[in-house]
Design a binder for this molecule. Structure first.
Ligand SMILES: Cc1cc2nc3c(=O)[nH]c(=O)nc-3n(C[C@H](O)[C@H](O)[C@H](O)COP(=O)(O)OP(=O)(O)OC[C@H]3O[C@@H](n4cnc5c(N)ncnc54)[C@H](O)[C@@H]3O)c2cc1C
Length: 489
């Protein structure tokens, strides 16, 4: 954990000697950092990346690789899906939570096709294939999937459903070990280095350096216990990731994630946020979190999810991250999956990208009444839920929560239930407030001179809701903006 007294910016006049110097200095060599570096170098700046670990990649290289893009990308069009920036914007405004940065969402949707083309021009490969099954990610190298509940209730009635989860192709992909995120980072890192971007590894930024006008002109870092001073002639880009691993920040801002960080790396200790806060930076949506739910979507879509009172709470065929948020935030982490034997067998016969989420059931019973008893639910709590579900399922509909007819079937015969209490974990989405040029904003609303940021140390598109791909999406998109703006500074 950072010691607050070491976070305050230091005056440039106190630096006896600069160890490194560049026009644009980027802290963090993950997705936001690499995109900032490429664009700054292309804009003619001399660029230096400072990376705390021994290699490029960050969380991005370990990621599943979804990049949320739409509005009619060549991949969407090649696969027969119609989409427009306006349609994408309507969906994101509905899905990403109250208080979203509307200007950022509009900007992102309008720039999305260009961003796709930019990624492709940097060598990021996308295979023209669509994966349409319920799932966390495609099990093979398919390039496109629904990744935010676009085709499920309530959003399928708000905007025209279009898949926007774009996944870089990785031949011989192995989920959790060799996923699409690596094939996003590798060509981008190669592009950066072909442009002459320099990198210093094993170097951990600790605080900012300002001149007498409070303009950011450098950064201090530590390498093997020694302090290193780096001068930035035009600007610093903070791209050091989230605060998922800063215990005090999690307790203070996003306490639902206490003890349950996921889809993040331990280097995500909030340092980029802290050093900018120490200079008066504003923050946004610090309580917003992505939430994974450790269930197999193929089974969830076929069963019903109930809360601690035995009541359904969400259309089970939606984006599993939305299920995770609903379970953790609205149902106090109480969730059970109830499924009949026939649907269980049918689900098991399908392919999934997450076989490790297929655990044996916690309970099995011949009747709903028995199952309800074994689960410790009050008499009739689950029976009433199943009766109501079955009544309408007999007609192939789900008027309560709007699950799509293709997944609605009465629960009959022997049943099983999975205890999914506590099956949630996630990463933080809040951070520094930035403008469309990725300038870090002071609490007064004015940009802090010389300071730019992107990725999960900033508040990006999401204000509470989440779609898979938003993180690599806004990190890469606003990373580019940060590089361009810093180079022009
Ligand atoms: C298993 C997994 C699956 C995921 N799947 C997806 C997905 O499909 N789609 C999606 O959008 N998101 C996904 N994510 C989340 C996504 O990878 C991150 O949110 C995203 O990489 C954040 O981008 P970033 O540039 O802010 O951070 P990163 O990509 O993590 O880069 C930050 C870099 O900063 C470095 N750093 C940290 N502190 C310092 C310091 N003091 N000095 C110098 N360098 C420092 C880190 O070492 C790291 O290299 C996934 C994450 C994981 C782990």
């Amino acid at each position: 954990m950072s010691d607050a007294s070491t976070l305050r910016p230091v005056r440039a006049s106190t630096i006896a000697q600069w160890d490194h110097q560049a026009d644009v200095v980027v802290a963090g060599y993950g997705i936001a950092g690499v995109c900032a570096a490429i664009e700054a170098a292309r804009a003619g700046a001399e660029v230096l990346i400072l990376e705390r670990t021994g290699g490029w990649g960050g969380a991005a290289a370990m990621a599943g690789g979804f990049i949320y893009l739409g509005g009619g990308t060549p991949l969407q069009r090649a696969l027969g899906f119609e989409d427009t920036p306006e349609n994408m914007e309507t969906f994101l405004l509905a899905a990403l939570g109250p208080g979203v940065d509307k200007a950022k969402i509009a900007d992102y949707c309008r720039g999305s096709v260009e961003h796709y083309n930019w990624l492709v021009s940097c060598g990021v490969p996308f295979r023209e294939a669509f994966w349409g099954e319920p799932g966390w990610e495609p099990p093979h190298d398919e390039g496109l999937m629904y990744s935010g509940g676009e085709n499920a209730a309530p959003f399928n009635a708000i905007a025209k459903p279009a898949p926007r989860g774009h996944v870089p192709q990785f031949a011989d992909k192995k989920i959790g070990r060799k996923s699409g995120g690596y094939m996003l980072m590798k060509p981008l890192a190669e592009t950066a280095e072909s442009l002459g971007v320099r990198v210093e590894y094993d170097l951990r930024i600790t605080r900012l350096v300002v001149d007498d006008d409070e303009r950011v002109v450098g950064v201090l870092a530590r390498r093997y216990g020694t302090e290193v001073a780096i001068r930035a002639e035009r600007g610093i880009v903070l791209a050091t990731g989230s605060f998922a691993y800063h215990q005090q920040m999690i307790e203070g801002y996003a306490p639902r994630l206490i003890g349950r960080p996921a889809a993040a790396i331990e280097e995500h200790d909030g340092i980029g946020i802290r050093v900018a806060q120490a200079l008066g930076a504003d923050l946004a949506h610090m309580d917003a979190t992505e939430v994974a739910f450790f269930g197999d979507p193929q089974l969830m879509a076929r069963g019903i999810l109930v809360n601690g009172r035995g009541q359904r709470f969400i259309a089970e065929d939606t984006y599993p991250g939305r299920i995770g948020q609903a379970a953790l935030i609205q149902q106090e982490n109480q969730a059970f999956l109830v499924i009949d034997e026939a649907s269980y067998e049918a689900g098991l016969a399908t392919e999934t990208a997450t076989p490790f989420f297929r655990q044996p059931p916690t309970w099995a019973a011949e009747t709903v009444a028995e199952l309800e008893h074994d689960m410790g639910l009050p008499t009739l709590a689950l029976q009433a839920t199943v009766d109501c579900y079955n009544l309408h399922a007999g007609d192939g509909i789900d008027p309560l929560l709007g699950k799509k007819p293709e997944w609605v079937r009465p629960l009959r015969g022997p049943l099983a239930a999975f205890d999914m209490r506590g099956c949630t974990a996630g990463f933080t989405l809040g951070g520094l407030r930035t403008d469309l040029d990725s300038r870090v904003l002071h609490v007064s609303g004015a940009p802090i001179a010389g300071l730019f940021a992107a990725g999960r140390c900033t508040s990006g598109l999401c204000a509470g809701g989440y779609v898979s791909g938003a993180s690599l999406g806004d990190g890469s998109f606003y990373g580019r903006r940060a590089g361009i703006a810093a180079a022009k500074n």
